[in-house]
Structure formats: C-alpha cells, structure tokens
Design a protein around this ligand. Structure first.
Ligand code: NDP
Ligand code: MG
Ligand code: MG
Length: 341
C-alpha cells in the first residue's frame, strides 16, 4: 500500500521558518498563499508588473513583487503559474536567483518530468499536488478540513526535503485529509493519463457521441442533454461515495443489467488498446512535446480545437436548459458561459 502522511507526521515550524515565494495567483496560487499565511508562514507573491492577478493578491494584503524579486528574497520558490509558461519564468526570473540551500516546489510534475525545467545542484525539488481545484483546496482549509495531496521529492540536496515538503503540505491543510507518497514521474504520467483518457478526454467525447446518436435519431436535444450529460453528475457522485459498486447498487435493475450487457459493446477492448497508446505517448514525451510546441506557436492548434469544440450543439442546448436550474446560478468561480470560443 502507498505510504501516507497526516498532520502528526509533519512539523509545521519548518515551513513557518521558511520564506516562501509563490509564483502565480490563480487557482492553486491563491489557495496555497492564503492558507500558508493563515498557518503562520511568511509569503510573497510573484507576478508580472501590470498583471491582472496583482490587484487580487494586493486586495488580500499579500506582498507582491516580480517573480525575480520574490525569488531573490525567498528560501522556497513555489511555481504555480500555468505549466506551459513555467519554464520561461523559471529561466528568466527564478534560476538566476536560486542559491544552494533553496528549494523549488511544484503542484504538478510536468516541467521536471519532461526536463523543461532543469534545476541546479544544491537545490531541493519537491512537489505537493492537491487532488482538487484550488478553490476547493482553499474552501476546505477554511472549513477546517483539507483536500488530499500527493507528495514527492525529486532532489534532496539539503537532506531535509521530506521535512519541508510535509510541512508545506500541512500548511495548506492537505495532511488533514492525508498525503500519499509518489514520485514526479508517477504523478505526471498518471495525471496526464487520467485527464486525457477518462476524466476529460474520455468523458467529454463519450457524452458528445451519446448526444449525437440520440439527436440524429430524432430525439429532442433537451431530452438528450438530460440523459447523457446532466445525470452524469448523479452517477459520478455515487461512484465517488462508494465506487462503481455503490453506483450499481443505487440504480435500477434495468439500468444495472444494461450496464453489464451494453457497456462492453460501447467500451470495447479496442478502447483499452487506444488508452495504452495514449499512455505510451505520455511516457515517451510525444504528448508533452506536441503541447509545448503548439504553445510556442501561439497555441494555434489549441485555440482552433477549443473553438471547434465549443460549437458542438450540446453546448447551446445546455446553455438554454441550465437557465432552469436555479441551483447552478450561485456558483462561485470566474467561468462565464459561452466565453471559451
Ligand atoms: P492558473 O492558470 O490558475 O495560474 C494563473 C496565474 O499564473 C495567474 O495569477 C497569472 O497571472 C499567473 N501568471 C501567468 N503568467 C505569469 C508570468 N509570466 N509570471 C508570473 N505569473 C504568471 O494555474 P493553476 O493554478 O491551474 O495551475 C498551477 C499549477 O498547479 C500547475 O502546475 C497545475 O498543473 C497545478 N495544478 C492545478 C490544479 C487545478 O485545479 N487548477 C490542480 C492540481 C495541480 P495573470 O493574472 O497575470 O495572468
Ligand atoms: Mg492535470
Ligand atoms: Mg434514465
């Protein structure tokens, strides 16, 4: 079984005695910064001059500087900008300000696993990867709970990297729920695999096909939307509560029998082979290279795919239907309907 850590395995005074620079103040950045401060840690935020996030961080009373300024000041630099720009920030602003004894912390192993960032000798390289979006990470901390985290040490130059990573994980509330020991390689490859094949890529395209088949057969789009998208949440909630077994226990016998006889007709052994091919391209770096090269070209493929997907008819159907759902209106995030294209 995986090795686990809880609050009693971590000494909060380690991170309380560390000057922490958090680069980026987005989903993870705001959550880590605010919770570390509440845990008694000295934190400064690194953002570009004129950055939109600067006002948000300043409004919370956090001290803000450029990534170079706060990196120069810090003992620990936490890189929480989007993965595709981390290497540029690192090379131009962070690396020149790292000295032996400093540490670098990531919330995802991408840039280390694929060598886009190559830290120098003498610097600890560690990871605390919360298994949830930043807004949930912060909300749970405030409510006295926490989101589970994955913790890893890539380089232990100081001999004390584990003390530091566990102390940080405790500081953001992660060890209230529990930390699981992993490596940068395992976290990066499994995270990319999960999001590409099941959570995001698999589910989105499964839902789109389901919607297309029903509407092309003449069923009303509103009805199709309910059957293949809206109810998905209810099913997934049951899976999260008690696994696939609880979901099957809760649904009707008709639905359960249909799962057993029709599921394997849709998700054939070919799908597993396809997943293995996706995993291979993650492991051999092809996916990372394609993503990063496109980003260097102004993300033209990415933007084109985003616009194309946004025009799928399930989106306009959903936009109209969701006006019926009063409980969705008070969602607290910054997402605005129909702005992705
Ligand atoms: P976001 O996209 O939310 O980060 C945006 C922030 O980065 C903004 O504050 C933005 O500032 C800032 N930023 C952009 N460019 C620069 C720059 N050149 N210099 C300094 N700051 C910059 O990132 P996430 O929180 O989604 O991801 C951060 C890390 O956490 C990633 O490694 C990700 O894989 C990982 N992670 C994310 C999870 C999530 O749920 N989102 C879950 C677990 C891990 P501005 O306002 O100027 O644009
Ligand atoms: Mg991911
Ligand atoms: Mg039904």
């Amino acid at each position: 079984a995986a090795e686990r850590y809880y609050d009693e395995n971590a000494d909060l005074s380690v991170i309380q005695g560390t000057k922490v620079a958090v680069i980026g103040y987005g989903s993870q950045g705001h959550a880590h910064s605010l919770s570390l401060r509440d845990s008694g840690v000295e934190v400064r935020i690194g953002l570009k001059e004129g950055s939109a996030s600067r006002d948000k961080a300043a409004a919370e009373g956090l001290e803000v500087g450029t990534p170079a300024e706060v990196s120069e000041w810090a003992d620990l630099v936490v890189i929480l900008a989007p993965d595709q720009i981390q290497a540029d920030i690192y090379n131009s602003e962070i690396a020149p300000n790292l000295t032996p004894g400093n540490a670098l912390l990531f919330a995802h192993g991408f840039n280390i696993r694929f060598d886009y960032i190559q830290p120098p000798e003498g610097v600890d390289v560690i990871m605390v990867a919360p298994k949830g979006p930043g807004h949930v990470v912060r909300r749970e901390y405030v409510d006295g709970r926490g989101v589970p985290v994955l913790v890893a040490v890539e380089a232990d130059a100081s001999g004390k990297a584990w003390d530091l990573v566990l102390s940080y994980a405790r500081g953001i509330g992660g060890l209230r729920a529990g930390g699981i020991k992993t490596t940068f390689t395992e976290e990066t490859e499994s995270d990319l695999f999960g999001e590409q094949t099941v959570l995001c890529g698999g589910t989105s395209h499964l839902v789109q096909y389901g919607f297309e088949v029903l509407t092309e057969a003449g069923y009303q789009p509103e009805i199709a939307y309910f059957e293949v998208l809206h109810e998905l949440k209810l099913i997934v909630d049951l899976m999260v509560e008690g696994g696939i077994a609880k979901q099957r226990w809760s649904i009707s016998d008709t639905a359960e029998y249909g799962d057993y006889v029709s599921g394997p007709r849709v998700i054939t052994p070919d799908v597993k082979k396809n997943m293995e091919a996706v995993l291979a391209d993650i492991q051999n770096g092809k996916f990372a290279e394609r993503f990063m090269n496109d980003q260097k070209n102004g993300a033209s493929e990415f933007k084109e795919l985003r616009s194309k997907e946004e025009t799928h008819p399930i989106e306009s159907t959903g936009r109209e239907l969701r006006k019926m759902f009063a409980w969705l209106k008070d969602s607290e995030d910054d997402y605005t309907e129909g702005t992705a294209a």
